[in-house]
Each structure stands twice: as C-alpha cells, then as structure tokens.
Design a protein around this ligand. Sequence first.
Ligand code: MN
Length: 298
Amino acid sequence: MPIIKQIIKAPTKHWVGNGFNVHGYFDEFTEATSPFLMLDFAAKKSFEPSTLQRGVGDHPHRGFETVTFAYHGGVQHRDSAGNVDVINAGDVQWMTAGSGIIHQEFFEEGFNSQGGDFEMIQLWINLPAKHKMTPPKYQALKSSQIPKIIIDNVDISVVAGSFSTGTKASLDATKGVAKTFSDLNVYQLNSTRDQSSLVEFQIPATHRSMMLVLNGQVEVAGSQIDQKSLVIFGDNSDHISIKSNTQYQILFLSGEPLNQPIAHYGPFVMNTQDELIQAFADYHGGKFEGVKLASPKS
Ligand code: MN
C-alpha cells in the first residue's frame, strides 16, 4: 500500500525569465526526491498579445536533463547543439544537457503575438555520475508519438519507462518513448469527463515516486488531493491507486534513486564542488558553445 510522505500545496509563484510564472514544488537538490531535482509548474495563465519576447534567453546547463511538458501555448527552443524546435500542447521536450549546452526558451512567435492560455511544467532529472558528461542530446517527443492507453476512460500517456497494471506485469507493460539514463517512469493521466474512475498500476518498490495534480481532485492512499498539490509517496509504494469522480490531469513520476552526492549551483548539477568549479570554467571558457544561437525574430 502506498503511504503519503508529504503533500505540497501550490507554493507561492515566482517568475523564471519574463514568461514562466511557476509554482516551484521542490528544488532542494537532495537525494530525497532522487533522481528528480526540481519541478516547476507554470499553472494555466492567460497572456495578452505581445510583440515583446517572453521567456528565458541564452543560459547554460550541465550534468542533468530538463524535461518540458506543454499543456497550453507553445515554446520555441534553440540550443548550442543545433536543435531548433517548437513544443505545443501535448508535446514533451526531453533535453539532455550532459557535458554542456546553452539554450533559450521563448514563447512561440505566433502564440506570443496572439496571446492566450499558457500552461507548462519543467522537470529537472539528475544524470548518474557516469553519464554527467555524456554529449548533449535532444528528444522531441510529439504528442502523436507518445504511447497511450485508456483505463476507465482515463487517458494515460507513457512518456518514459513502462506502465503496468501489475496483474501480469511482464505481459501487459506499455513501454514509454523517451530514452533515459536511469530507471524511471513518467506518465501523464488525463480524465476528460466528470465521471467516476479508478486507475491502478504497479511500480518497482525501490522507486521514489510522486505525482502532481494539475487540476481536478483525486483520492490516493485514503487522502483527498486537490488541484495544484504534489504528493510525495513513501518508500515501498509499489501499488498506486487513483480514484476520482471528476475530470483531472496528473503528472506521475517514479525512479530508482541514484544514491550519489549532489553539488548544485544555478544551472549546473554535478557530484563535487571541484566539478562545479570546472563547469563554470568550461562555460566561461567557451566550451559549451557549438552552433551560434540566432535570436528569434521579434
Ligand atoms: Mn534552461
């Protein structure tokens, strides 16, 4: 049976750049949530039409992955590895910073000029020590490529790992699309009707797990969970059961803890202080620069 270790209700919002107004659920960078380092939720917010670029300009990362989930609006991405992409509703962007990348994340031009609802999540996932200096990589996971299953009229997207109802684990697992560097699961659950539903699934007992309820209300482990709440499950929560009578949207995460020291400063997440100092030296020494980043048209 899952035990809830902690429920974090919508923390005060802060701005990341001038486009992302986010609830930051955890960013202590400890092994307690390993392999997950940070989760920022830009809850649905309406933006006026604008000619001013909104988002975050060129900045570096090293030693981990940034994963962006789009729900409303669009983000234009450019990076020093040469990737240029737009993430729209339903898409997931899985960027491996690895040995070093510089990128920019702006509202997509058309969306910015028309305005409208914007809703995104950005998740930071740590890389195991032996993969921290892997070459940068970019996985554009378009909505149509993400495997989906339906249980009790709830749509479940298996972004990473595998999803199993547990009855015949080895037989019915649905595999996710993202390639990952450690053992982890990422699911998106979406109940689009006001109806009673029950979704049950099995995850490895050794995983750390959590889920964010973006909207709606659900019952897990005997507790009612409101929208914008993050549930952190206790150890040995291998069987998850989500009940509801309403529409809801959930991001569910679980992963094998990496059990390694974390040295974090700003946009770098390494294992030691020396590696952090090296990251700054390499960045300022121009070692992250690959393709020159063009500014988006304004
Ligand atoms: Mn970034």
